[in-house]
Structures are given as structure tokens and as C-alpha cells.
Design a protein around this ligand. Sequence first.
Ligand SMILES: Nc1nc2c(c(=O)[nH]1)N[C@H]1C(S)=C(S)[C@@H](COP(=O)(O)OP(=O)(O)OC[C@H]3O[C@@H](n4cnc5c(=O)[nH]c(N)nc54)[C@H](O)[C@@H]3O)O[C@H]1N2
Ligand SMILES: Nc1nc2c(c(=O)[nH]1)N[C@H]1C(S)=C(S)[C@@H](COP(=O)(O)OP(=O)(O)OC[C@H]3O[C@@H](n4cnc5c(=O)[nH]c(N)nc54)[C@H](O)[C@@H]3O)O[C@H]1N2
Ligand code: SF4
Ligand SMILES: [Mo]
Length: 695
Amino acid sequence: MSEEPAGLPQVETHCPYCALQCGTRLTGGEAAAVEVAPTGFPVNRGKLCRKGWTAPQLLTTTDRLTRPLVRRPDGELTGASWPTALDAVAARLRELRAEHGPDAVAVFGGGGLTNEKAYLLGKFARLALGTSQIDYNGRFCMSSAAVAGNAAFGIDRGLPFPVTDLRQARTVLLAGANVAETMPPLMQHLESADLVVVDPRRTATAQRAALHLQPVPGTDLPLALGLLHIAIVDARIDRDYIRLRTQGFEAVARQAMAWWPERVESVTGVPAETLREAVRLLAAAPNTYVLTGRGVEQHRQGTDTAAAFINLALALGLPGTPHSGYGCLTGQGNGQGGREHGQKADQLPGYRSLTDPAARAHVAGVWGVRPQDLPGPGRTAYTLLDALGRDDGPRALLVFGSNPAVSAPHSSHIAQRLRSLDLLVVADFVPSETARMADVVLPVTQWAEEEGTMTSLEGRVLRRRALLKPPAQVRSDLDVLHGLAVRLGEPFHRYPTEPREVFEELRRASQGGPADYSGISYERLDSGEALHWPCPETGTPHPGTPRLFLERFAHPDHRARFTEAQQHEPVRESRSEYPLHATTGRVLPHYQSGAQTRRVADLNDTVPEAFVQVHPDTAKRCGLADRCLARVTSARGSTTVRVTLDPTMRTDTVFVPFHFAGDASANLFTHPTLDPRSGMPEFKTSAVRLEFLPE
Ligand SMILES: Nc1nc2c(c(=O)[nH]1)N[C@H]1C(S)=C(S)[C@@H](COP(=O)(O)OP(=O)(O)OC[C@H]3O[C@@H](n4cnc5c(=O)[nH]c(N)nc54)[C@H](O)[C@@H]3O)O[C@H]1N2
Ligand SMILES: Nc1nc2c(c(=O)[nH]1)N[C@H]1C(S)=C(S)[C@@H](COP(=O)(O)OP(=O)(O)OC[C@H]3O[C@@H](n4cnc5c(=O)[nH]c(N)nc54)[C@H](O)[C@@H]3O)O[C@H]1N2
Ligand code: SF4
Ligand SMILES: [Mo]
């Protein structure tokens, strides 16, 4: 840890990026001189990844948004005062609502927003706008695992145990998760475990594995069924656990019987003996964890696939025991809290359902409205974006904390929908690709300039703390929502601008819900208590719940559910025209749509442009050499990227990171097919061909 210069302001907070929420100490009196250092916080214990170390660079990025921008009739975005910008937005929203009804206005949120922002955004949509049309980018993230987790366990908390429990693990199955690049400090907790990694690529994580299963992308469902098959046939399942703590095993076991190892091998490409070895490792260890990431979830059968890995974990008797378990690795900074407090299409705060009359009555009571004043559920993220500007779709969109012009599947189509709007408003701190398309851009604070709470991947509620004052013309998202709400005729007091005040209201709104925060306060968090939800308000301070399910699962009968997979129609695409599987994902130095990390020189210099990772034989067949330019083409469109040869790749599979924009955007070729249960797009498999592109 670095020596702190004496006398400079200092705060303990957490990294602005991923859901690991590494603990950091920020030091410095001005934005240009902020220094970051890791703390001893248990998930990162003195470590940060490069994104964490370089996060302060974004505070002073040269194109930081420092005043509102309004598009002039000649098409130019030009500076405007806050009252002018907010008046213009409110006036247009009122017109559109009067003409087309409240659902003419839509809201798109993000899993990076603090709990306070996510909560107030949902309230603003339902009350100030009266719209049902709100959803968020978390739908693109862990929504399939969330649906599967709710169905299996009765509650969805990504990790139902602290990250540090993994230190005792003897075997960890990482299915479609490349944590060595996506959450590097987490690797220190996996040092003594044998890793079984399921990934079509030999990633940095797979290189550390005791066993690497390298399937064809999109074949994890048969793979998981095959692992269960072997566990049953080899008598490695925990029959007592299944009898006492679960229901529904028989039907799932029948389904798994159809997936004998050689059949699985023919579909997935993973040798039958490797499958058997994986089951031996998983069943041999007393302390075994099954963890899933986006690789298995971002498919049209992502919910069923996550459920199939949960079924495997249940059959082995892992979830809800002290030294074993199942978890989904939530991705965004507040990916967990952001999915609990009401920015989802079908949701009210506290992870309550918008269609549950008791939930509506409770939240309406806290908000001082009648239950019938709350709209019903709206469209999920991709369906919402796809409906923009259509006859029956929204005419205006407000975006807080997402860059869908880059990160949504079939992005050229989504960009066209965004262009067809009467009004696009984007709140951001940088001119993201989506912000640059907006009619009004509202400049907001960054993490080091604001207070709030985040809920990490392990369900622990954390304090984000301000080191700096924001630039003069920059406001918080809470201020923006307040300013718009009062202009739309809402009572002043309904939209507090102080994060602590919003949190006090969130506590009450979440009280009694699955994600109950009512026993958590800024005071308790500031005194250093480790509080995982649920943490209800009780006579004596509730200690929070670091480990869920130890005594019972959250279903009324206290049992976990096995769930059978449904049949999924394959997307039919010409294999002769598009002979390769393309998959997409992340590299260490970039974050998401790249709106932030492409602006951090130290990160962007490491990976300055998009690439396609290809096996040398495949490259040769397509007439490609290392470092040449190539076009990756699907039935949706083409992406232009540089070839990187990699002999560890499957010869039928290529990989493109999705952090880049313009011609190099991976989402130009991805498929907008959705998982019918979660609304998750098929980011992880596209049928493509590769072509040489002369420079
Ligand atoms: N550096 C970095 N870290 C991040 C982020 C970032 O953008 N950059 N984003 C954060 C967020 S929001 C998230 S959601 C997490 C995501 O974290 P991860 O899930 O670890 O990230 P991905 O790279 O999307 O996907 C993981 C792996 O899935 C593999 N994969 C692709 N297709 C398949 C398939 O069909 N089956 C299987 N089994 N595997 C497949 C890919 O090769 C990839 O290595 O990372 C978080 N951390
Ligand atoms: N092909 C492909 N596409 C994918 C994925 C994939 O694996 N492959 N992964 C998907 C996943 S898992 C995710 S999570 C999504 C993420 O994709 P996006 O939603 O586009 O995520 P970000 O790039 O983080 O965009 C966040 C934007 O909000 C801004 N921002 C950050 N914090 C705040 C804040 O507090 N307030 C406001 N107003 N703005 C803020 C940032 O500057 C940035 O412009 O991408 C999905 N898209
Ligand atoms: S692992 Fe995630 S939270 Fe930790 S420093 Fe890196 S980006 Fe930040
Ligand atoms: Mo994500």
C-alpha cells in the first residue's frame, strides 16, 4: 500500500467498475491528482486490477461532459444552462404524454447506478412519468441466472455466500466465467482449489484449471445434462440431500438419462472421458462450488442452462451447505442492488413483484399514492429498445447508466430505433455513442464525487463515498430526476436529492420484501459493519445474512426445486454461408461498451482496437494472416477487426470482444433472439464467416 501524503483529503470507497467492488482508498484534493490504493477489504485484500488502479484518470478525461447539451434545429449539440435543458425535456415529455399517453415515454437504467439512483429512477418512471416502459441493461447481464435462481431457491442473490468462503473450496466449477480477466482479485481466493473450467476458449482462467472443458459455444445445456447423467450413473449424487432438501429430482433425472457421455461428446465436442473426470473432481471434494458466468447464460436457452448447472449442484448436495454452494457471478458494479429496487420492467423495490397486490399496496403506501396509480409491467430491455419510435412504441427515451448503441445486440438496428425517437435524453459523464445521438445530454457526477450505496456480487451493501466536489455545472442523477419530476408537476419532497434520504425511503419500501434492507443504515455501514441482505429491521440490530439457505431455501416448503429444461428451437442459419461460431465477451483492460475505458490511456494503449481471435488453421482456410484486417459477417451485419492467431482456439469458433464502437462493434453481428423466460439476448453465439479485408 502506498504512503499517504499528509493533510490531503482521503476517503474509503469502492471501485467504480465491476461487481467485486474492491475496496479502495482515494487521496487527493483535486481531480487531476487523485491517487487510488487498495484496502484490506476482504474481497480484494490489497489487490486491484488495472481498471481499478487507473479509475481516477476518467475524472479528468478531456471530453468529460461539463455542461448540459441541447440539439439545435441545425443538428448541432450545443451548451445550455440546466434550467433551459430541463425545461425543454419536461415540455417535450408533457406534449408526448398528452398526445400518446404515458407509455409514450420510456426509461432505460443501468446496473452501475447506486441503489439510491436505481430506486429513484423506478419511482420517477412509475409516478412522475406514469409509464410502464422501464427496464435496464442488467437484462443483458445476469437475468437468465436470476430467473433460474428464483425458480430453484425462491430468491435471487448472485452469491448466497461471501466470496471469501471460496478460500476453503477444494473444487470449483467455473462455467462460462473468465474471472482471471473479469475479476482478477477474486483469483486469490481460488488458489487452493482445483478449477474445472468450461469455456470454448483457453482463457487466462482456463490456463489455471486442473481440467478445461472446451465445448462448442451454445452447447452447455447438453453438457450440464451430461454431467448430471454421469453423476447419477456413477452413484455420485447425494440422495439424502435430494430427499430432504429438494423436490422435482425424478423428472430431471429422467431428462438427464437421455444424455449419455458419448452423445454429449458428439454435440459439445468435449471427450466423454473429460466429462467423467469433471464429475470425479466435483464429487470427490468435500468443498465444491459451482459458479456460472455470462458464457453459459447469454444464450436463448440461458435460463435453462443456468438451471441445469443448478440441478447438477443440487444433485451433488451443494447449495445451502456451509462449505459448498452454487452462485452466479454478477457483473456490474451494482448489478445485484440494481436488480432489486425497481428499475426492472416487472418489479417494485425490495425485489418485489409489480403484479403482487400486497407488494403494490406496500410500496404505494410508502410513496403516498394509491396502488391503482402504479402502472403494470412493461417491455423487457431488448423488446423495449426494438419498440422505440414504432406506432405502438415509446416516442421518448431517457437513458441513465447504459450505452445501448454499442452494447445491445444487433446494434445497427437499435441505433436506427434510437434515431427514430422524437426525444432521446442521456445522462452520462462522457459523450458515449448513445449520448452523441441524444437530443439532450445531461452531465452527471462520477463515483469519486458522490455518496451512495452499492450491493456487491455477494449481496453485501457497501458505501460509496465522495472525495471531490463535482465540476461546477455537473449534477447528480438524483438532482436530475428531482429537477425533471418537479417540472412534471410532482411534489417537491417526493424526490429527495440527498442519497441518505433516498436510502431511508428505500429501507421502508424494501421492508418485508425478499431483498429487505430495512435494518441497514448509513450509520451502521459507516461504522464498518458487514451487512448482507436480507437485513430486516428488528428489535435488536439484525446482523445481516452473509449465508443464505443454510437452514432452508426460500420457497414456502423450504425445499429447492429441480427444473426441467424446455426444448429450444435452434436458430436456422446457413452453415455453408456462415460456417463459424462467433462468441463475444471481455478482455481485462476494457469495461463493457468501452465508453469509460477507451478514454483511459493506460488501458486503451494495451488493447487499442478490436480483434478476432482465430485458430491458425481457420485463418489459413479463410485467407487470413496474423494482424491483418478481417470482416466478421453474420446475417445481421459485419464487424471490422484485426486478426489475432491463437492455436488454443477451437477451429470452428472465433472470439470478438464487445468493448469497441463504430465498424469494430461486435454487436453489429450478434443475434437479437431472446431467452423466452428472461429476455436475455443471444450474445454468445452467432453464425459467421471471416473474410480478408485489404487495408
Ligand atoms: N475486464 C472486464 N471485467 C468485467 C467486465 C468488463 O467489461 N471487462 N464486465 C463486468 C460484467 S458487467 C460482467 S457481466 C462480468 C462478465 O464476466 P464473465 O462472464 O467472466 O465474462 P465474459 O467474457 O462475458 O464471458 C466469460 C467467458 O465465456 C466464454 N464463452 C463464450 N461463449 C460460451 C459458451 O457458449 N459456453 C461457455 N461455457 N462459455 C462461453 C467466453 O469465451 C468468455 O471467456 O464481468 C465483469 N467484469
Ligand atoms: N456482444 C456482447 N454484448 C454485450 C455483452 C457481451 O458479453 N457481448 N455483455 C452485456 C452485459 S453483461 C452488460 S452488463 C452490458 C453493459 O453494457 P452498457 O449498458 O452499455 O454498459 P456500460 O458501457 O458500462 O455503459 C454505462 C454508461 O453509463 C455511464 N455511467 C456509468 N455510471 C453512471 C451513473 O452512475 N450515472 C449515469 N447517468 N451514467 C453512468 C458510462 O459512462 C457509460 O456510458 O453489455 C451487454 N452487451
Ligand atoms: S476487479 Fe472489478 S472492482 Fe476490482 S479493481 Fe478490477 S474492476 Fe474494480
Ligand atoms: Mo454484465
